[in-house]
Write a protein that binds this ligand. Structure first.
Ligand code: C2R
Length: 250
C-alpha cells in the first residue's frame, strides 16, 4: 500500500476511535481534511469493494475530516494481484535475492502466489511497520523474511503482525550468516520467528514450511507437498541405487 494512504488510514481511523487492527481491513476513500481555506486529500478512491459510509470528525484547529470507509481495504492499483498473495517474501536488501529466489521458486512450484518486497528494519523502518501491520488484512497468511548481518528484519516484522513469520539468515558480511542466525533465532519470549538454516537450504525450507502452514486449510497445496515429498524420496532412492551399482564391482 502507499505510505500516504496507509498512514492516513490508520491515523484517521484512530482519530475516529477505530483501532489499528480494525483499520487494517479498510481503505479510506476519498478522504478530505478541510480547513477554513484549505483542503487536503488523503486517500485515493479505488472504485471497488463495499462502501460502508461517510464518517465526520474534527482534525484539530477547526479542521473537519470526512472519511469514506471501504471494505475490503484497497491500497493501491496492484492490490488485486496482492490480494491473491498468501505468502510475502521480504528481504533486507536486493543482494539477498539470489538466496531468497530459492524460496520464491519453491513456492511457485507449490502454486502459491507470492508478494516480494525489499524492505529494511534499519533502512526503511516505517515501510516495514506499515507493510507488516497491513499484511493480514490484504490476505497474506505467512511472512518469510530473509536478511543478513545484524538481521533485525524478521523480528521487526513479527512485532507488527500476529501472522507466522519465518526467518532466513543470509550469509553476508564478515560472519557469513552466523550473526543473522543468532539475531533471528534469539527472539524474546512472546514474539517468535521460526528460524531456518543459513542460506539457500533455509530459503527452500522456508517455502516448505509456509506451504505446510497453508496446507492446513488448502487441499491443493497439501497435495503439492505430498508430491514434493514423494519426488524427493524417489530421487534419494535413485542415487542410493546408482551408488550401490557403482560400488558393486569393487
Ligand atoms: P547490502 O548488500 O544492501 O549492503 O546489505 C541485508 O539483508 C543484507 O544481507 C547487506 C545486508 O544487510 C542486511 N540488512 C538487514 C536489514 N536490512 C538490511 N539485516 C534489517 O533490517 O535487518
Amino acid at each position: 500500500m502507499t505510505g500516504d494512504t496507509g498512514t492516513a488510514a490508520s491515523g484517521l481511523g484512530e482519530h475516529f476511535g477505530f483501532g489499528r487492527e480494525f483499520m487494517e481491513h479498510f481503505s479510506i476513500l476519498p478522504a478530505r481534511v478541510r480547513g477554513q481555506d484549505s483542503e487536503r486529500h488523503l486517500g485515493e478512491g479505488a472504485g471497488r469493494g463495499m462502501r460502508l459510509g461517510r464518517f465526520f470528525g474534527w482534525a484539530g484547529l477547526g479542521k473537519r475530516a470526512e472519511v469514506d470507509l471501504q471494505f475490503p481495504a484497497i491500497h493501491e492499483k496492484q492490490e488485486s494481484r496482492r490480494m491473491a498473495c498468501r505468502v510475502a517474501i521480504i528481504m533486507g536488501s536486493e543482494s539477498d535475492w539470489p538466496v531468497m529466489r530459492v524460496c520464491y521458486d519453491q513456492l511457485a512450484e507449490f502454486g502459491i502466489e507470492v508478494d516480494v518486497q525489499v524492505l529494511s528494519a534499519h533502512r526503511t523502518p516505517d515501510r516495514v511497520a506499515e507493510y507488516a501491520a497491513g499484511a493480514s488484512g490484504r490476505g497474506v497468511r505467512v511472512m518469510v523474511a530473509g536478511a543478513g548481518m545484524s538481521a533485525a528484519l524478521p523480528g521487526a516484522i513479527a512485532a507488527h503482525t500476529c501472522l507466522p513469520v519465518i526467518g532466513v539468515p543470509v550469509a553476508s558480511g564478515a560472519l557469513q550468516g552466523v550473526d543473522a542466525l543468532l539475531a533471528i533465532s534469539q527472539m524474546p519470549p512472546g514474539v517468535p520467528v521460526a528460524t531456518m538454516a543459513i542460506g539457500k537450504a533455509g530459503a527452500r525450507n522456508a517455502a516448505v514450511l509456509a506451504g505446510q502452514i497453508l496446507a492446513l486449510s488448502d487441499e491443493q497445496v497439501a497435495q503439492k507437498l505430498q508430491e514434493h515429498r514423494r519426488s524427493m524420496g524417489e530421487k534419494a532412492d535413485k542415487s542410493n541405487q546408482a551408488l550401490r551399482e557403482e560400488l558393486k564391482g569393487r
